[in-house]
Design a protein around this ligand. Structure first.
Ligand SMILES: C[S@@+](CC[C@H](N)C(=O)[O-])C[C@H]1O[C@@H](n2cnc3c(N)ncnc32)[C@H](O)[C@@H]1O
Ligand code: SF4
Length: 289
């Protein structure tokens, strides 16, 4: 899998789709850069309808995201349904709501998991995510690795954690995770756009991060994905629509959950292959403009 040619929503299979599905919009954290509004929590009946609809698409795997997927009491039931539907299932989580038992249960469903970690210590974590959850997240990452689940970290960058990228990567290495994606914040999807604009990295800082990572790559034991170090995702090599799709928490199929204003299809309704074709063609065109 080439991590630099696919974004932090990576996909190793060029002929099939990976879907990022916001299985809830509810969250136990309130990160000011995020788009989660705490308003949508799809019913299990609609989850079933969506899984039936997805059969017409060439899907390899479904990655559950949110909001915080582990806030749902039925998250294991949902993973079970996805697995029985013949798809691989992965998760993206803030890592705060896991424990030994849940991690042990998770092993039946996932071989890898994405965990957000944007800080190397408690103080910075609290500044970024507004909660004192650092120790819990670190404990859970250690337990995931110990129980044999490959961990992929996502470090969302802004001016607060920019000076500490080297320490965050060192921590990732110490935790023995498989990889880390160092990604910039996308301003226009955030709940608090003005806040995000005030903490966005400058172009010079983005270049510094790239240079730092080029220096670290030969000496670190983990994969560092950097494609999203930019203020907007405008790269023609972006996999969205080609082999990555999203489902928003209000039940729309979309090419990328990070570009929420692009064309959508209500995925709990009736869909066909032509609708998917139109959706992805529209998205590709938006990159040509
Ligand atoms: C929306 S969260 C959902 C899953 C889970 N709650 C978590 O925090 O990992 C998924 C990822 O999106 C990132 N994210 C949130 N808002 C973002 C934004 N405006 N731009 C870029 N990434 C963002 C988060 O940092 C996190 O790594
Ligand atoms: S980034 Fe994740 S943890 Fe933070 S508010 Fe958004 S959904 Fe919740």
């Amino acid at each position: 899998m080439s991590y630099d040619l696919s974004c932090c929503f990576r996909n190793g299979d060029k002929n099939k789709y990976r879907i990022l599905w916001e299985i809830t919009d509810m969250c136990n954290q309130r990160c000011p850069f995020c788009h989660a509004k705490g308003t949508n929590n799809i019913t299990i009946e609609d989850v079933k309808k969506i899984l039936d609809n997805l059969k017409i698409l060439q899907i390899k795997d479904i990655i559950l995201t949110g909001g915080e997927p582990f806030l749902r009491k039925d998250i294991f039931e949902i993973m079970d349904m996805i697995q029985r539907g013949g798809y691989c299932v992965d998760l993206c989580t803030n890592g705060t709501l896991l424990d030994k038992e849940k991690i042990s249960n998770l092993k039946k469903y996932v071989s890898e998991i994405s965990v957000s970690l944007d800080a190397h210590n408690r103080e910075l974590y609290r500044v970024l995510r507004g909660r004192d959850d650092f120790d819990k997240v670190i404990q859970n990452i250690r337990e995931l690795v110990f129980q044999g689940i490959a961990v992929h970290l996502i470090c969302t960058l802004n001016s607060h954690n920019y000076p500490f990228v080297e320490q965050i990567i060192a921590l990732a290495e110490e935790l023995r995770v498989d990889s880390i994606a160092v990604a910039n914040i996308i301003a226009d999807i955030a709940n608090d756009v003005d806040y995000v604009k005030s903490v966005l990295l400058t172009d010079a800082q983005c270049k510094d991060i790239m240079l730092l990572i080029e220096r670290l790559r030969p000496v670190t034991g983990i994969i560092i994905n950097t494609k999203n170090i930019r203020k907007v995702c405008d790269n023609k090599q972006c996999m969205a629509g080609k082999n990555i799709l999203g489902i928003t928490s209000d039940g729309y199929l979309i090419s990328c959950i990070m570009r929420r204003n692009s064309r959508k299809i209500k995925i709990t309704g009736k869909i066909d292959a032509q609708m998917l074709h139109d959706l992805t063609a529209d998205y590709m065109e938006s990159f040509q403009k």
